[in-house]
Design a protein around this ligand. Sequence first.
Ligand code: ACO
Length: 277
Amino acid sequence: MGYEYETIKIQQEDDGVTWLILNRPDKRNAMSPQLHADCNDALYNLATDAKCRVLIVTGAGEAFCAGQDLRLFFRATDNAPRERFEAAENSHHWRWMRLSKFPKPTIAMVNGFCFGGAFTQLIACDLAVAADDAVFGLSEVNWGIIPGGIVSWNVVNAMNSRDAMFYAITGDPFDGKKAAQMGLVNYSVPKNELTEETLKLARKLAAKNPATVRYTKEGVRAVRGMSEAQAADYLAAKSDALRFRDSEKGREEAMKQFLDEKKFRPGLGNYVRDDAK
Ligand code: ACO
């Protein structure tokens, strides 16, 4: 099944990896109201598409995403409150609500410019890989606005407070290597290796038990705001829920392969999966 959109491209590989590519390269993939609507729709489709086991979010051409479209998202809706409201709702919905809770693992592949509002989808993704020379920036201060939406909240959660403040009030750009050093992305690689390295990571995730990966990522996100007692209770319930939810019964299969058949080492890799189960 193919998906057709005006401002984004969806590409699906045979091995479970799906690409969501912001596709306005001539505008450095700046986010227009149409792009927000397209992404929203696409994420509903992909969340429920069995062919999508891992999602990579990236941009066409030189940019990952140059932030909100100053012309179409801001100026064009300055005097159109309904259109502004709808665009803002869609914008928040796909970049944060849908993406941070996406039921499959997500990777931001930062191929180039990543500015302003683009930090929300960057941080919403579970993992991020950047080109060494990608250019990041909280550029809002340079043109008279604050890192709004939820960008300020995103950056204090993903960066240490000194770095978040420094880059928010100076607007200084930084590269992919610096982003990796700060922990804003998992790692950076030379641009010509970016796609291959990101695919390698995506395929590793696609090979794991899907229910376990989903419950793990949900658990890691959820416990952050909890007390120790809440986390212990939540994780116990989540573990039980996983045993009910896991249609391939990974825990039992892994026990059998390790304890009885002695054919895998859990510390060193995945148990042997049969997708047909
Ligand atoms: N909104 C609208 N249009 C944009 C945006 C944007 N955020 N970013 C780039 N474009 C458009 C340009 O207007 C230009 O369009 P045109 O060809 O019709 O004139 C086209 O994309 C190419 O942009 P250039 O500036 O010519 O490309 P260059 O490669 O030299 O620079 C860069 C790229 C650094 C990304 C520059 O365009 C830029 O600074 N853009 C703004 C980035 C920004 O501050 N984003 C944060 C927005 S605030 C927010 O997200 C809340």
